[in-house]
Design a protein around this ligand. Structure first.
Ligand SMILES: Nc1ncnc2c1ncn2[C@@H]1O[C@@H]2COP(=O)(O)O[C@H]2[C@H]1O
Length: 495
């Protein structure tokens, strides 16, 4: 069965209509057959002129190939990769036809316009769902357009926004607190935690002055990054990126690193944290491989997602022109080091990094005034930040655990529905959140954080290990309770 992966709204859908020659994808993403010469940067603004949307499927307008090819001049691509000019996936669909649509407040939950409830009944459930999705896209567009221009919402709730902004600013004063509640911060910033936090950190670290950054371009860049995360992913969304950026900032301030890191290291570290999961589709690599997704083909089944996140980041960097004043060599180094950090977050490479770190610590041979070794420690720091959620206080950690498992189980549901082999940890009928957490903490998180604590030897690194043990114990307690009462799998996290 031919499968087409729908980005904005899982699941995989059987293709029930002829597909235009090179176009394989649906709304929210565009892909091309691997043999196509049309690998290029699918910029939403270009695509909205080039394609029309019909029944949720992108249909090319006449002359689209020429127009699309024109765009290739502005695309970044690896000169070493002959076939693969990079495809920037379409992060959003701009729906422009809804004049008079009033924006409403949005918190970290998906936006829903409740007037949809009053639509005539014959529109049916599917049509309503589609409209909700389109309105949500519009909301994102509207919100970002306002952010660009610094315009606040015209309705009365902007008074509350000011109030919330004040509270968010108070939170930023404790930007290095390990108890930093990123979920609350996201609500207080009206869903803009990634933009607000990263913008603040760039200013706090003096990166704006040091690299002569244009503040407007910086904000536009961060808005584009945030927009490229998919808000309907329970876990791999912009709040996760903000959480990782906050953790990375804490780690950059750890004495052993802080003594040596340069403004350049801080710049690359924060950029990598903010962009490290850009345009994550909410499914893992094995899913992309088994559904013959074009990204798997493009990146030859190796670090497929991480390569995609990196290339998405580079595209947005270029589009924003934030670093257009850097020399060719500096720009190359920025892209290269960003890639090396993001690629290190591939969890399948965990042992490779862990054993290198162990060896260095055993030999006490880490020399952080060497740029290469500093970069290695930045890779480790980003890896730690990426999986730091089990080291947060229980109230925060539990939420992340539920979200990541929700994403796993959603993938498993799709696989079951389409009679694909259900990926490890993704079967809600056999797995529980508690079991997954105990396994993840024991086999993945603890070994890494033990070494990290050996390296840092600070209060923070010991605090993280403390939370890790407490959280593990809490999950074990929940599991025991669950086993005694014979509850169903889902109820285990409700307790
Ligand atoms: N709390 C958690 N429980 C289980 N797996 C996790 C948890 N946090 C992170 N992960 C996994 O660690 C992976 C790190 O890389 P990814 O973000 O691609 O995907 C992440 C998840 O698969």
């Amino acid at each position: 069965m031919a499968l087409c992966y729908q980005y904005h709204q899982l699941p995989v859908l059987p293709l029930d209509r002829p597909v235009p020659k090179h176009v394989l994808s649906r709304r929210g993403a565009i892909s091309f057959s691997s043999s196509s010469s049309l690998f290029g940067c699918a910029n939403p603004r270009v695509l909205s002129q080039t394609f029309t949307i019909s029944s949720n499927l992108w249909i090319p307008s006449s002359g689209w190939e020429e127009r699309f090819l024109e765009r290739r001049g502005a695309i970044s691509y690896e000169s070493s990769d002959q076939t693969a000019l990079y495809i920037r996936m379409l992060g959003d669909v701009r729906v422009r036809s809804r004049a008079g649509f009033q924006p409403e407040r949005r918190d970290s939950h998906p936006y829903i316009d409740f007037r949809l409830l009053h639509l005539p009944p014959e529109t049916g459930e599917l049509a309503s769902a589609r409209k909700i999705r389109r309105l949500r896209s519009f909301q994102r567009y509207f919100r970002s357009a306002h952010l660009f221009r610094g315009i606040s919402s015209p309705n009365s709730l902007c008074i509350l926004d000011d109030n919330y902004s004040g509270q968010a600013m108070c939170m930023l004063e404790k930007d290095r607190s390990w108890n930093f509640d990123i979920f609350l911060f996201d609500r207080l910033t009206n869903g803009n935690s990634l933009v607000t936090l990263t913008f603040h950190l760039f200013k706090y670290h003096g990166l704006v002055e040091h690299f002569h950054l244009d503040l407007v371009k910086l904000r536009q860049f961060l808005v584009m990054v945030q927009e490229d995360y998919r808000s309907n992913n329970p876990y791999h969304n912009a709040i996760h990126a903000a959480d990782v950026t906050q953790a990375m900032n804490c780690y950059l301030k750890e004495a052993k690193l802080a003594e040596f890191v340069s403004p350049w290291d801080i710049l690359v570290g924060l950029l990598a944290a903010a962009t490290h999961d850009m345009d994550h589709p909410g499914v893992n690599q094995s899913f992309l491989i088994k559904t013959n997704h074009y990204l798997a083909c493009l990146y030859k089944n190796t670090s497929v997602l991480e390569n995609h996140h990196w290339k998405s980041a580079v595209c947005v960097l270029q589009e924003s022109k934030l670093f257009s004043h850097l020399s060719v060599e500096e720009s190359y180094q920025l892209g290269h080091q960003l890639g090396s950090l993001i690629l290190a977050t591939d969890i399948t490479r965990q042992n490779e990094f862990l054993s290198q770190l162990r060896t260095h610590l055993d030999m006490s041979d880490l020399c952080l005034d060497n740029a290469g070794q500093r970069h290695f420690m930045l890779q480790i720091a980003l890896k730690c930040a990426d999986i730091s959620n089990p080291c947060r206080p229980w109230k925060l950690s539990k939420q992340w655990s539920e979200k990541v498992c929700q994403e796993f189980f959603h993938q498993g549901d799709i696989e079951r529905r389409h009679k694909l082999a259900i990926s490890q940890l993704c079967d809600r009928r056999t797995e529980t959140v508690a079991n997954i957490q105990i396994g993840f903490i024991t086999c993945v998180a603890k070994p890494l954080f033990v070494e990290w604590s050996r390296f840092c030897n600070t209060t923070l690194s010991r605090t993280m290990l403390g939370h890790l043990s407490l959280n593990n114990a809490s999950w074990k307690g929940l599991l025991k309770e669950h086993t005694r009462s014979g509850d169903d799998a889902d109820s285990i996290t409700r307790k």
